[in-house]
Each structure stands twice: as structure tokens, then as C-alpha cells.
Design a protein around this ligand. Structure first.
Ligand SMILES: Nc1ncnc2c1ncn2[C@@H]1O[C@H](COP(=O)(O)OP(=O)(O)O)[C@@H](O)[C@H]1O
Ligand SMILES: C[C@@](O)(CCOP(=O)(O)O)CC(=O)O
Ligand SMILES: [Mg+2]
Length: 396
């Protein structure tokens, strides 16, 4: 691969049930989303420079390879390992980032530096690269943009450093790596998530890597086969929030009120189990009764998520608006604002959906009708990229 330009993409995700509880060992059900993060990597013309350009967050940085090379002795990992506090301190000092930062750009840069130095540190010399990452996903809205960022960076860096193969063949638009290679991508992307989130469960990077529909519990990833087609309305309240802060808040509540919070997490676990049971019992299509169960599960979980402290007035409003049209919604991802999902039954009148969407956009929210179960991280030919993506990557 050395010396080639490459394009990689990774999907965002929607958590159907189990957000937050999954951080504490419970089950989550998650699916790949057809909004993706795209990355272009090419060798730098200037042999002593590493450049990264992140147009979504307005960050453009470059470093001297010789300066980065001085950090290598503290990294050089053979396999994915958790970033140590000492390694993070070294990176913060190098990047001029204050400790305890939750700033978007700082977290993105720290994650990049950690992954670049760890993955490429064993090479004779760090490679001079130009990397652009651009995403269709809103950043920090619960759709796993941090994981899609880490997964696409890792797949590109592992390919560029020849630790995984270059799977593309002539005339093939998208190619995927082998299961073993994807396991390595997922393992490193989890470390990137740790830099950004502090204490991630690993569900988001698993969906970014494998796509489709997954059951995730304590690191165990089980693909859910033949999930019936679900129509989902995805709404972004546009209220910004930080996964890191929300995850830390739930942990504090759990430590303070273990006897009160643990049963709530167990109930969320039971909701995920029941949802999986319904989806798998209904491979030939969901009946009206199945839909009523799924709707009730959504309502109950939304109440639980409020109890554990990750609700937000914008999400309450969203649920009220959709309920007024007979629809059921819950937050997805870390909550505190960000996105919610609304289940749409297949025979729903388009006028009902349109009226709900209109009222949501009157609240200042952004809606998408999505298809779920998108493929995981992929190597793409430049000709396979939508025009919007090519433009964003090349003009950044
Ligand atoms: N396209 C991107 N470019 C740069 N950084 C990104 C991008 N997408 C995500 N990130 C990083 O991920 C962080 C958002 O992660 P998080 O709070 O977990 O929200 P999300 O729900 O979108 O994953 C951002 O602050 C930024 O550091
Ligand atoms: C809240 C959590 O369950 C999901 C977070 O998703 P997001 O970063 O908000 O897209 C945290 C995790 O699983 O690591
Ligand atoms: Mg995230």
C-alpha cells in the first residue's frame, strides 16, 4: 500500500436500546446508520510533515515528523492497549491542550495523535501523511461520530502502515477487510474512543467496524441476523452535549444510589432482551402486536433514561410532539440533547409523518427518515464516493 492514496468510510450508529446501561455491563442493541464518516489519506508532498484536516470542526493542523518522532519511545504498541494517563499527559503537553479538556478539537487531535503514534510508531520512521476526515454525521449528537472518526482513522493508518491488507481490487467500488483484520481495527478504535469518551462501552466502535445490527454486552459482539426492516425517523434536537460528561454523570449517580440505580439499569437490560426477542421472533415481518410491544419498550426506556439523568427538555418536547401524532420516541446515544429515534409503522399515513416532521422542524430540530443496518468500515474507490463527499474531502 505504501505511497498510495486511499479512501475509507465508516458508518454512524443508532442505539435502539441499552445506551448507558451498556457501559455497566448490560446489553445494548445497535445498528449501522446510512450517514458515514469519510477519510482521505495520501502521502505528504513534504517528507517532514504530518497534516490533518477536520473540516466539520474547523481544525487544520500540521506537525514536523522529527518533533513527533521524539514521542515515539513512549508509544510503539504492538497491539491495542488502553492509553495510560502518562501517555495522555505527554500528548496534551505536545498539543498544548489543558488537562481535563472536553473541547471538540482537543479530543479529536489527542485521539489522532494517540492512534498515529501507537500504530505507526514501530515503523523505521513515522510516515508523512495528509489526512482529511469529513462526516455526514452531526458531531456530538448521539450518532456515534466519535467512533466513526476513530474507526476510519484506524483502518486508514493500519492499511498505510501495512499492518492490515489493502483489500481493493481493480474495478471494485468498496472492499472490506478480513474478520481478523476487522478485529484489530475495532480494538484500536476502542482505544481512540477511550481518549474521546473516557469510559466507552465499545458498542459504537463495534458498529462502526462491523455495521449491520449487533447485540453488544461486555465486549461480546453478536451479529443479529435477519432483523426485520424497521422504519425510523431520526431527529436531532441540535442541543449540544458531551458523551464524556453524560457517561460520568450516570456513574456518579450509580455510585451515590446503587440500590436505586442498579434496578433501573437491569430493567433497561430486560428491555433490550425483550426487543431482541421480538425482532428475532418476527423475521417474516412484524405484526401489529409486535409493533405495540416495540412502542411500549421505547416509552418505558425513555422514562428510565430520564431517571438516570440523561434526559433534556428538548427531548421531552420531541417526545410530546411525536406522541401528539400517535408516535413513540426515545433518545439515542448519550442523551442530554442530541438525537432521538421515532418508530414508524409500515402502514403509517405519509401525512402523519409529514405533520410530525413539520412540527419538529418548527421546534428547530432536524429530521431524517433513515434506513438502518448500513455496512461497517469500508475501503472505497474514489469513483464510488458521492459527489458531496469528494467535494468536501478535496476542497477542505
Ligand atoms: N468529523 C469529525 N471530525 C473531527 N472530530 C470528530 C468528528 N466526529 C467526531 N469527532 C470527535 O468526537 C467528539 C464527539 O464525540 P461524542 O461526544 O461521543 O459524540 P457522538 O455522539 O457524535 O459520538 C467530538 O468532540 C470530536 O472530538
Ligand atoms: C452512552 C453510550 O452508551 C453511547 C454513547 O453514544 P454517543 O457517543 O452519544 O454516540 C456510551 C457508550 O456505550 O460508550
Ligand atoms: Mg461518541
Amino acid at each position: 500500500m505504501a505511497g498510495k492514496e486511499l479512501y475509507v468510510s465508516a458508518p454512524g450508529k443508532v442505539i435502539l436500546h441499552g445506551e448507558h446501561a451498556v457501559v455497566h455491563g448490560k446489553v445494548a442493541l445497535a445498528v449501522g446508520l446510512n450517514l458515514r464518516t469519510f477519510l482521505r489519506l495520501k502521502p505528504s508532498r513534504d517528507k517532514n510533515t504530518m497534516k490533518i484536516n477536520l473540516p466539520n470542526i474547523g481544525a487544520k493542523l500540521s506537525w514536523n515528523i522529527s518533533d513527533l518522532q521524539t514521542l515515539v519511545p513512549s508509544f510503539q504498541e504492538c497491539e491495542p492497549v488502553s492509553p495510560s494517563p502518562e501517555q495522555l499527559d505527554i500528548l496534551k503537553t505536545f498539543a498544548g491542550v489543558s488537562s481535563g479538556t472536553k473541547d471538540t478539537e482537543s479530543l479529536a487531535i489527542l485521539a489522532f495523535l494517540y492512534l498515529y503514534l501507537s500504530i505507526c510508531g514501530q515503523l523505521r520512521r513515522l510516515p508523512s501523511l495528509e489526512i482529511v476526515v469529513w462526516s455526514q454525521l452531526p458531531t456530538g449528537a448521539g450518532l456515534g461520530s466519535s467512533a466513526a472518526y476513530s474507526v476510519s482513522l484506524v483502518a486508514a493508518l493500519l492499511t498505510a502502515s501495512e499492518k492490515i491488507s489493502y483489500p481493493a481490487q481493480d474495478n471494485i467500488e468498496t472492499a472490506r477487510w478480513t474478520q481478523n483484520e476487522l478485529t484489530l481495527v475495532n480494538g484500536w478504535a476502542f482505544q481512540g474512543e477511550k481518549v474521546i469518551h473516557g469510559n466507552p462501552s465499545g458498542v459504537d466502535n463495534a458498529v462502526g467496524t462491523w455495521g449491520g445490527a449487533l447485540r453488544y454486552q461486555a465486549g461480546q459482539i453478536t451479529p443479529i441476523e435477519r432483523v426485520p426492516m424497521l422504519q425510523i425517523l431520526l431527529t436531532n434536537t441540535r442541543v449540544p452535549r458531551s458523551t464524556k460528561t453524560l457517561v460520568a454523570g450516570v456513574k456518579d449517580k450509580l455510585l451515590k444510589y446503587p440500590n436505586i440505580m442498579e434496578p433501573v439499569l437491569s430493567s433497561i437490560n430486560a428491555i433490550s432482551e425483550e426487543c431482541q426477542r421480538v425482532l428475532q421472533a418476527a423475521v417474516d415481518g412484524l405484526s401489529k402486536e409486535h409493533y405495540s410491544v416495540l412502542e411500549e419498550l421505547i416509552d418505558i426506556n425513555q422514562h428510565h433514561l430520564n431517571v438516570i439523568g440523561v434526559g433534556h427538555p428538548s427531548l421531552d418536547r420531541l417526545c410530546q410532539v411525536t406522541a401528539s401524532h400517535g408516535l413513540h420516541s426515545k433518545l439515542t446515544g448519550a442523551g442530554g440533547g442530541g438525537c432521538a429515534i421515532t418508530l414508524l409503522q409500515p402502514d403509517i399515513q405519509p401525512t402523519v409523518v409529514d405533520a410530525a416532521k413539520q412540527q419538529l422542524s418548527d421546534c428547530g430540530y432536524q429530521c431524517w427518515e433513515t434506513s438502518i443496518g448500513a455496512p461497517g468500515v469500508s475501503l472505497q474507490s474514489s469513483s464510488s464516493l458521492p459527489e458531496e463527499v469528494t467535494r468536501s474531502l478535496n476542497t477542505a
